[in-house]
Design a binder for this molecule. Structure first.
Ligand SMILES: NC(=O)C[C@H](N)C(=O)O
Length: 475
């Protein structure tokens, strides 16, 4: 059977009638089965994917198929899909079946994408290694003794190992970009509000974004342009019009690029990552682009700001899981109060409980101003600084992560070491601007390295075009 990497290849094969949608789904189902030990999928929708494939074959024959006919997607286990279970990879949502479909997914279905299954992740999106999942660890296909990154670890590995054409993840502080870097695929977080979050199980609502994993920039751009745009069910979704990103990939400008001194001087940065990032910057210079070093004095404040604000929001968002309405309910309670307490104690994992406690603390009356209010003010400083920089420069370039994929267990027991994984990804999240991770070579042990490119809000078209250029430049 032929090997499909990109949607372009799929489309060409379909056009030449070398394959059909059933054969494409079958190809991915076989891969999923052979690589089941990677634990990327929590659930495979084998029957419905094949039925859908037959329907789309008919549409193709009738000439009325949508733009994504032949594309097979996997969805992160925090995105609701009507009639299917969604757990946020948490015991507390065991058995929960959604009554509606995430808008972003619905828009892809409307264009005839086929959803092949639900992908493993860190519980409620909280983590950087996928080790916090009620469904168990996901293995990195480049080295199975290493983590795939998180929280969208299953989504990253599903694309890395060719278990679907593209996958959806969510990115609150790096959950798409960091696993993309660890697995050597492309991962894009759009501008905050660009894609509706209706149907996404909330973690930190002022940060959460739905993002895309793919092998090619073009596939990523195509999926993003279809998902993006206003949604009457999500009042935070932007009304700005959406450009056809996938048709605007030609890049022929001279770019003004900044890189942040503090990121490349960071003692946490692995030498090969620094070398590969500098190599890209040098290439850009030699191609006549302007590349300038700038200082980012706020780097040290980003992680504390992110973890104060996201835990605060999480503690509020996750208060709805109480064992009364849906999901897990403890069998050990004797009255209402013990039912709440035991359900939440037994249903949530360690990391989620840690964050609920932290968030509750920073929101408590005596500490609210000292932590929450202060963090909001620092967020404004970071956002202003980043936006000013992006008004002066077209792009900011930095490594996606300080290190490549680490071994299982290496950071467990040390939450701060785990939080440091997000050092370079949270700037775009705190500021709400779009950011992408592109593969940028490998380290000495063969593990993929990620290059992050950041752009100003709603400049997804420019970001995709430059990314396309960069992937050609570095390949
Ligand atoms: N959700 C994310 O974007 C990942 C981040 N490491 C977090 O745990 O918050």
């Amino acid at each position: 059977m032929e090997k499909f990497i990109s949607f372009d290849e799929i489309k060409k094969s379909l056009e030449k009638k070398e394959t059909d949608c059933r054969a494409i789904v079958q190809y991915y189902l076989t891969n999923i089965q052979t690589k089941a030990h990677l634990n990327a999928f929590v659930e495979v929708y084998e029957q419905s994917a094949l039925t859908q494939a037959d329907l789309i074959n008919e549409k193709l024959a009738n000439g009325n198929a949508g733009k994504l006919a032949g594309m097979v997607i996997g969805i992160k286990d925090v995105l609701c899909y009507s009639g299917h279970e969604s757990n946020a990879s948490s015991k507390i949502l065991q058995g929960f079946e959604s009554q509606f479909t995430t808008t972003a997914i619905q828009r892809l279905l409307d264009e005839d994408a086929i959803v092949i299954g639900r992908l493993n992740c860190d519980e409620f999106g909280m983590g950087s290694s996928n080790e916090n999942s009620a469904h168990g660890n996901v293995l990195n296909a480049a080295d199975e003794s290493r983590v795939p990154g998180g929280s969208s670890g299953g989504s990253a590995v599903a694309v890395q190992a060719n278990l679907c054409t593209v996958s959806l993840g969510t990115d609150t502080g790096g959950s798409v970009r960091q696993p993309a870097a660890f697995t050597g695929v492309i991962g894009m977080k759009p501008t905050y509000s660009r894609v509706s979050r209706w149907g996404l199980i909330a973690y930190a609502s002022s940060f959460d974004c739905i993002g895309v994993f793919s092998h090619t920039v073009k596939d990523n751009a195509l999926v993003m342009q279809i998902m993006a745009g206003h949604d009457e069910y999500d009042s935070t979704s932007s009304r700005k019009s959406v450009l056809p990103y996938s048709q605007l990939l030609h890049f022929d400008k001279k770019a003004k690029v900044a890189y942040l001194k503090e990121t490349l001087d960071s003692p946490a940065l692995q030498p090969e990552i620094k070398a590969n990032t500098l190599a890209v910057l040098d290439k850009l210079k030699s191609e006549g682009h302007s590349v300038e070093e700038v200082s980012f004095p706020l780097l040290d404040f980003i992680l504390p700001t992110y973890y104060i604000l996201t835990t605060a929001e999480a503690s509020s968002n996750l208060s709805r899981f109480d064992g009364v309405k849906y999901g897990y309910r403890t069998p050990n309670a004797h009255n209402l109060e013990s039912m709440y307490k035991l359900t939440r104690s037994e249903g949530f994992g360690e990391e989620v409980k840690r964050r609920i406690m932290l968030g509750t603390f920073v929101l408590s009356a005596s500490y609210y101003d000292a932590y929450f209010t202060k963090a909001q003010k620092v967020r404004r400083l970071i956002k202003d600084y980043t936006e000013n920089l992006l008004n002066e420069f077209d792009y900011i370039i930095m490594p996606t992560t300080p290190s490549t994929a680490f071994k299982f267990g290496e950071h467990s027991g040390d939450p701060v070491a785990m939080y440091l994984e997000d050092l370079f990804t949270v700037q775009a999240s705190v500021s709400g601007v779009p950011a992408i991770s592109l593969p940028n070579g490998k380290d000495e042990s063969g593990m993929p390295i990620g290059l992050q490119v950041i752009c100003n809000s709603f400049k997804e078209a420019e970001l995709y075009a430059f990314s396309n250029y960069l992937t050609e430049l570095t390949s």
